[in-house]
Design a protein around this ligand. Structure first.
Ligand code: ZN
Length: 1151
């Protein structure tokens, strides 16, 4: 086709789109007008409730809005594609840029490409291979006898790097502050002195939370010493995260945020950047973490807690060092060099070589007379002229044996343990004794060994030099290292659920922080634009808010520590963490309140900041660190009460907003247009069958543009004018007396055997009339699947002297799970209304609710499941929720890793039950060739699929004893705990049957959208009743939704380079382009688009927002990672590449 013709065609296509958009806008206006008129004509107090008509109206409005949004997005996409194809000379013949060719879009292609086996080692295959028989390996109990001849190092001498380290947990047995006072500050103080004494001495440090706290305590002279040691390569900061993060329960937002916090601190105060990762204590390892490390500029990393059988296998194969690649990556872009420690632990007995009794003798902190000793009963000896020869040979033998497990003659030997190097004497004992051994090696060249103190970078530099000299490369590996076992059948799957209350609070803070970051950044940008001269509003507490944001970032960061979000700290430490999370949430609420206040004001000059009396209040209020949020009751009158709703997602969404009011009749209108919103009044249940007479729940349908603040007016309405939910109570035997004035209640007296059923236009569900629990789902397409919900108890091992479950370990009783049963049948409450209907089952230990929204858009396509669990009366029990489906999933299922990617799992009969549990941060699914059942979650938990078609999550665990991993207590501080999910059944077309070989799968776009809504609910604020309330108008920063595969991960204001603790004009723009599955194409199609191309135009994406001086950077936004000046596009259009699955980071200023 000639260039001219193509261009003409493109312009015509564009024109048609424009016309369509304009006509839709017009239709929308007409529709709204009609709606208003009808509202006036309807006589108040109309008793005959026509639910279906209201439903229809909502549907129509939603359709129009979403169609409009979709068209704008499609238009944007096609424009961008035309721009791009003109720029590249139109080489690409396809002008089809919309989603009609879904199969060919990058996101879909990705999973398909990766399906047919991959290069390198796949951990799932390793699991198929291993017998998991745990034979006694001799001195190296979990390994094998290592042999060498002695001449292996004649050509290339053994090069040993002894790396001193001190593992400082930011909270575990003691709180963060207590550890700092008692140990950490002494360690760091002595480090300065002892490293200065001898330039050959080295040390690595990982936890920036501690390092920055200490930095604040020391004077300029000491700070200068630190910089000198860093420059000289004696001290190295490894990983550079705020903490050594847990990799099982943590969400990738928080994992990245704690890395940004650490790296930004290091850049600001020390001007260096970490290049090697160090994760010796997290309980299993995730490739999501390695993706972030690589993206942050790290080249190498060390991991330690890997299943002992995997370690042994890798040692046999000499694959303990490998290139760790993302499962979905067909290029080497994500590769990072990874060293896996071969033995049981990171302490000295398990790092010098295979024999712990020998290695312990080279931990000179355990010299006789000290507080610590060798449990193998052979103590270390101080190195003297008399014993140096014998000692050196003994140590060299261990080094040589260990070296045989690796492909190069370079050997990494860590020297340290938990909170080591506290006292000066310990430093002297380790450094002087080892130096004597090293000197001996130097004086005896026939030993062919060169040993020295080193940092991690020293080691990796030497390794890479050897590899390139030998012309070899390391093998490639894909997969993850869950579930960890350190010995026998001791699998660490308990901590996937331990302290679930705080695992959920973690995600609440995460969502609050992200919302606050984005709204704060937008507010500052708006202010600068408003004042034209770049000033902020005089009264706006920008610095105080920035400090609150920093505090929130650091609380969330601290909680990602591998004893925090894991639920494996002592009770008082858990309370310390909880208090930090709680206070941070309260602080961030202030940021949200005053940002929203300024943004909403029609007349900005009316802005006044009053700390003690903010204009806006949060609707959800937490009263204590261990309390669930409560809704603030609203007093209604004829005077409109303003509600402000913030949509923290980048998508137009239809959400149900819930508030508690004091009247059973209320009316909600959009404050801007006066348009009434569909609403429903439900009871507030004080007891399962007793409704409050004073408080009522008002639910209304809010249509929220992306990142918008919308104002609604609530007023008291005349009696009978609001749609009230209707209730039916069921209980086998007898239905108790029901107290619920104002509501229509019916009772089913034990005879009804027909299943309970709810439906909307997308789904119909059936539930048991006895238990209320879900049994079956049917989609509009005709797809039917049984999905039975069950509840189960797990106990722990009962025989005396058997190990039992604790904070870390899951050691269930031999009998396995027992179906939950209760002496009295549950009360089942069915509620029906125009906005949603639900079935609530009230059991003794939990209240379980399944809710179906009568909404169009993605909100109506899934079931919301919520549990309120209380097992405080139990002893050594764990409560689980199981879905038993008719999906033919075989032994395969999928779980997410940190919310970043999906990982295939295989349930293996050769493994014990507890080994088949995996972490789930946000999603899990089962599938066969025609269907997929996804469970999306708002909190981290343990998940398993123990039989085909089954999926189960552990909700809470109460365990009376310690499980011998150092914690020294059980887990008995259980609380009333909430958990929230969405259950999604989808058709799969063209999906392959589950077969052998690892397969890369993604969530569908519908599942991504559902998960986004679940994890980032709308935030509701309340304005006081005040007729003097200033005029507010909605804030709508974006013209249309982002394509639905692009997630705005964060818009984070960066600290000013000159003035500390002050916001700069620069923001970190973090975008995550999600990979998605295309075999589950929903009918009707989704309301949003995705781009057919990797290139996007940033200006179009965020229009009308404009970014200035946009620089692509590393994931932690270090200046030295910025793309070169020459690559920057100073003028729009700023076309940039966002690859599927990848996170892209930009430094930018918002115009
Ligand atoms: Zn630790």
């Amino acid at each position: 086709m000639a260039m001219k013709t193509r261009r003409l065609l493109a312009v015509m296509v564009g024109g048609v789109f424009c016309l369509a958009v304009m006509s839709l806008y017009r239709m929308l206006e007409v529709m709204q007008g009609a709606e208003l008129q009808q509202g006036r004509e309807t006589p108040a107090g109309q008793v005959d409730i026509d639910l279906s008509r209201v439903q229809e109206k909502i549907d129509k409005l939603e359709h129009l809005l979403s169609d409009n949004n979709r068209l704008v997005a499609t238009l944007r996409d096609s424009l961008l594609h035309r721009k791009a194809s003109w720029q590249t000379g139109g080489g690409n013949a396809s002008s089809d840029s919309t989603h009609s060719r879904a199969e060919t879009t990058p996101g879909c292609r990705l999973a398909k490409e990766m399906k047919d086996g991959t290069d390198g080692v796949q951990l799932l295959d390793v699991y198929n291979l291993l017998p998991f028989d745990n034979p006694d390996g001799g001195a190296w109990k979990q390994g094998f006898e290592i042999r060498y001849k002695g001449n292996e190092w004649d050509e290339q001498p053994l090069e040993v790097f002894l790396v001193p380290h001190s593992h400082n947990d930011p909270g575990w047995l003691k709180t963060f502050d207590r550890y700092y006072q008692d140990q950490t500050k002494h360690i760091l103080n002595n480090m300065l002195i002892k490293l200065n004494e001898d330039s050959r001495r080295k040390m690595i440090w990982a936890e920036i939370s501690y390092f920055s706290k200490w930095w604040n305590d020391v004077d300029e002279q000491k700070r200068a010493m630190v910089k000198r040691l860093l420059k000289a390569g004696q001290l190295e900061l490894v990983t550079g995260g705020w903490v050594m993060a847990d990799e099982a329960n943590s969400h990738y937002f928080a994992l990245l945020d704690q890395l940004i916090e650490g790296h930004q601190w290091i850049q600001r105060h020390l001007g260096v950047r970490p290049s090697s990762g160090w994760a010796v204590d997290p309980f299993g390892h995730s490739p999501s973490m390695t993706y972030l490390l690589k993206g942050a500029g790290l080249q190498d990393m060390v991991i330690q807690r890997v299943h002992y059988a995997v370690k042994k296998h890798f040692a046999h194969q000499q694959t303990l060092e490998f290139l760790w690649r993302q499962s979905w990556d067909s290029s080497p872009r994500s590769d990072i060099t990874c060293h896996m420690m071969p033995f049981y632990s990171y302490d000295v007995p398990h790092t010098c070589g295979p024999h712990p009794a020998v290695c312990c003798q080279f931990d000179f902190h355990r010299l006789p007379g000290g507080r610590v000793f060798c449990p193998w009963r052979i103590p270390p000896q101080p190195i003297t002229e008399q014993n140096v020869q014998e000692r050196a040979h003994l140590l060299l033998d261990q080094y040589r044996q260990k070296s045989r497990l690796f492909r190069s003659p370079v050997l990494l030997v860590p020297l340290g343990d938990d909170f080591r190097f506290v006292e000066a004497t310990e430093w002297d004992a380790q450094f002087t004794n080892y130096q004597k051994l090293f000197d001996y090696f130097d004086q005896h060249p026939k030993l062919h060994v060169k040993a020295r103190f080193g940092t991690l970078s020293d080691y990796f530099k030497a390794l890479h030099r050897h590899l390139s000299e030998a012309g070899t490369t390391l093998p490639t590996l894909r997969g993850d290292f869950f579930t960890y076992a350190d010995r026998d059948d001791h699998y660490w799957s308990g901590f996937f659920t331990s302290r679930p209350f705080y695992k959920r609070l973690d995600r609440t803070l995460e969502a609050t922080l992200r919302a606050s970051e984005i709204l704060f950044s937008l507010t500052l940008a708006e202010m600068r634009r408003f004042h034209a001269d770049g000033r902020l509003a005089a009264d706006f507490p920008a610095r105080e808010h920035f400090r609150r944001l920093t505090d929130g970032r650091r609380s969330l960061a601290l909680f990602q520590h591998h004893d925090a979000v894991t639920g494996t700290a002592r009770d008082p430490v858990v309370v310390d963490y909880g208090t930090r999370l709680f206070h941070s949430i309260l602080n961030l609420h202030q940021v949200l309140q005053s940002s929203a206040h300024w943004l909403l004001l029609l007349d900005k000059s009316e802005y006044r900041h009053d700390q003690s009396k903010p204009l806006l209040q949060m609707d959800d209020v937490m009263s204590a660190q261990d309390a669930l949020p409560q809704k603030t009751p609203l007093t209604l009158s004829d005077e409109p009460r303003s509600l402000i709703v913030f949509n923290p997602t980048e998508q137009l969404r239809t959400s149900v907003v819930s508030v508690v009011v004091d009247a059973p009749d209320a009316r909600v209108v959009d404050a801007e247009t006066g348009r009434p919103m569909a609403a429903q009044i439900s009871a507030v249940w004080e007891e399962p069958s007793r409704a409050s007479a004073e408080a009522f729940q008002l639910h209304f349908v809010a249509e929220l543009p992306p990142l918008s603040l919308v104002v609604y007016h609530v007023t008291k309405a005349s009696a009978g004018s609001a749609y009230q939910a209707q209730y039916t109570f069921h209980r086998r035997g007898n239905v108790p007396a029901v107290q619920a004035d104002h509501f229509q209640v019916s009772r089913s007296e034990g005879h009804a055997d027909a299943p309970l059923s709810l439906s909307n236009k997308h789904i119909q569900i059936w539930s048991s009339p006895e238990s209320g629990l879900l049994q079956k789902l049917r989609l509009q397409s005709g797809l039917v699947r049984e999905v039975q919900v069950q509840f189960l108890w797990y106990g722990t091992r009962t025989r005396a002297n058997r190990d039992k479950s604790g904070a870390y370990l899951f050691l269930p009783g031999e009998e396995g799970a027992q179906l939950y049963s209760s002496s009295e049948p549950p009360l089942v409450r069915v509620s029906r209304g125009p906005i949603f209907s639900d079935i609530t089952s009230c059991f003794r230990h939990f209240t379980h609710r399944v809710r179906l929204f009568h909404l169009d858009g993605h909100a109506g396509k899934s079931l919301e499941i919520s549990n309120m669990v209380d097992i405080r009366s139990e002893v050594n029990r764990e409560l689980a929720m199981r879905l038993v489906s008719s999906v033919a999933s075989g032994n395969s299922f999928y779980t997410d890793l940190n919310g970043f990617q999906m990982q295939q799992r295989r349930t293996l009969a050769k493994l014990p039950l507890q080994a088949n549990f995996y972490p789930m941060s946000s999603a899990s699914f089962l599938q066969d060739s025609t269907s997929r059942v996804s469970l999306l979650s708002a909190q981290s938990q343990a998940v398993a699929s123990l039989r085909p078609g089954q999926l189960e999550v552990v909700l809470d665990r109460r365990l009376q004893q310690d499980d011998n991993r150092g914690l020294g207590q059980g887990v008995t501080d259980n609380k009333l705990t909430a958990s929230l999910y969405h259950l999604l059944l989808e058709d799969r077309r063209g999906g392959a049957q589950e077969v052998g070989g690892a397969s890369v799968e993604h969530l569908s776009l519908l599942a991504h959208l559902t998960s986004l809504s679940l994890c980032h609910p709308p935030i509701t604020m309340i304005a006081p009743i005040d007729s003097q309330l200033p005029k507010l108008h909605p804030f709508l920063p974006l013209r249309s939704s982002l394509p639905c595969d692009i997630h705005l991960l964060n818009l984070r204001t960066l600290e000013d380079a000159q003035e500390a603790e002050t916001p700069s004009q620069e923001v970190a723009l973090l975008l995550h382009r999600k990979g998605f599955d295309c075999s589950s194409a929903p009918e009707p199609p989704l309301q949003c688009t995705w781009s057919a191309h990797e290139e996007v135009n940033l200006d179009d994406l965020f229009s009308p927002l404009h970014f200035r001086s946009v620089r692509r950077s590393g994931l932690t936004l270090l200046r030295e990672d910025d793309e070169p000046e020459s690559a920057q596009q100073q003028q729009p259009p700023r076309i940039t590449r966002l690859r599927p699955m990848e996170i892209s980071a930009f430094r930018a200023e918002i115009d």
